[in-house]
Design a protein around this ligand. Structure first.
Ligand code: PHE
Length: 360
């Protein structure tokens, strides 16, 4: 550095100034912290500092010495300034590196897994059932869980004396209005079939509808009964629909849900709102109809109730039963899930034990 060489040259003959120079440089060199640098700045460049001392000495010096001392002072001041500046920058850099090292992130470590939730088994089963019917051209409709007696029973051809209306089976809701008190005309729907009536009332055929939702019954809770459960209702109203269409539809459905090798059996049954009515069994997929614990030895598993919509129901919604016919079916989602996965107690579906839920 040119300034440094010039300074050394000038101080070569001035031992007093050479020692000031050496002291100044070693002071700069010994700085370890920003505070050291500030102290050095005061000591070397301050009003009472070494450099000021050099300039003050000019007045008492020999005339030819004056410019030499002045140049030494200037060079030294410049070099000290540069030295302190450089020191300060190096320190800041070292501090940054140290703090980065302290907060070091090891980017090669495997990430922490965030547990992602998923749909409940029942929702999965419902989605699957519904999507099969969406594939067949059905549309989704839903209805209220708090329902009128009219939709849950009366318009479904279920007369007042029908045992299904019993207080033992149905949750009735009391009106606040004392005029209607205890009239038992509001209830928690006992099945999803009222959606049939509501949709028929609000629109006209052709109708192909699938309707998932909750239903409620005053059942004693045990391994196969719950006070609240899920059903999936399906129905179609069109010109010329007959039992063959119902059977064909449900056979396609059962094979899509349980596998193409499943056999389907229709057993005569009774529902007030369908005529004729049937219950549908599927050949046991656990033993292929040989008889096992899943099907309790019968080789068959009951999966749903169905039938041709009773002409009386069509009349209730103002349809002409001579022009339109329809079929309907309803199944319990818990039942399907239990059959599918060999679950023996439906209470595990609502206990929210993650060890159970995570398996699906
Ligand atoms: N609603 C009937 C039940 O809950 C099932 C069903 C639906 C039967 C549609 C026939 C037609 O058991």
């Amino acid at each position: 550095m040119a300034e440094k060489e010039r300074l050394d040259e000038l101080t070569g003959t001035r031992e007093d100034l050479a020692s000031i120079k050496n002291e100044a440089f070693s002071t700069v060199e010994s700085c370890r912290t920003q505070e050291d640098i500030e102290a050095a700045r005061v000591k070397l460049l301050g009003k009472k500092g070494l450099i000021t001392g050099i300039f003050k000495s000019i007045s008492g010096a020999e005339a030819e010495e004056k410019p030499v001392i002045g140049e030494i002072g200037n060079l030294l001041r410049e070099l000290i300034n540069e030295g302190l500046q450089a020191k300060s920058e190096t320190m800041a850099e070292e501090a940054l590196v140290a703090s980065l090292a302290e907060n070091e992130v090891d980017v090669t470590l495997p990430g922490r897994k965030t547990a992602l939730g998923h749909k409940h088994l029942i929702s999965q089963v419902i989605d699957e059932i519904v999507s099969i019917f969406l594939g067949l051209g059905y549309r989704i409709e839903t209805g209220p869980e708090v329902e009128l007696d009219y939709y849950n029973f009366e318009a479904l051809n279920t007369p007042v004396y029908h045992p299904a209306r019993s207080l033992q089976d149905t949750f009735y809701i009391q009106r606040e209005d004392p005029e209607h008190d205890n009239s038992n005309d509001i209830l928690l729907r006992t099945h999803t079939s009222p959606v049939q009536v509501r949709v028929m009332e609000a629109s006209s055929p052709p109708l192909y509808v699938i309707s998932p939702g909750k239903a409620y019954r005053r059942d004693e809770i045990d391994a196969t009964h719950a006070a609240m459960f899920f059903q999936v209702e399906g129905f179609a109203v069109d010109k010329g629909l007959n039992m063959g269409h119902l059977k064909g539809t449900l056979e396609v459905f059962v094979r899509k849900l349980f596998g193409k090798d499943r056999k389907v059996r229709f057993r005569p049954h009774f529902f007030p709102f369908t005529e004729p009515s049937a219950e549908v069994d599927v050949s046991c997929f656990a033993c292929d109809s040989a008889g096992c614990s899943v099907c309790k030895g019968s080789g068959w598993l009951e999966i749903l109730g169905c039938g041709m919509i009773d002409p009386n129901v069509l009349k209730y919604v103002g349809y002409d039963p001579d022009e339109f016919t329809g079929f309907a079916f309803g199944m319990g989602a818990e039942r399907v899930a239990m059959m599918r996965y060999g679950i023996e107690d439906l209470r595990v579906l609502t206990e929210n034990d993650l060890r159970f839920l995570r398996q699906f």
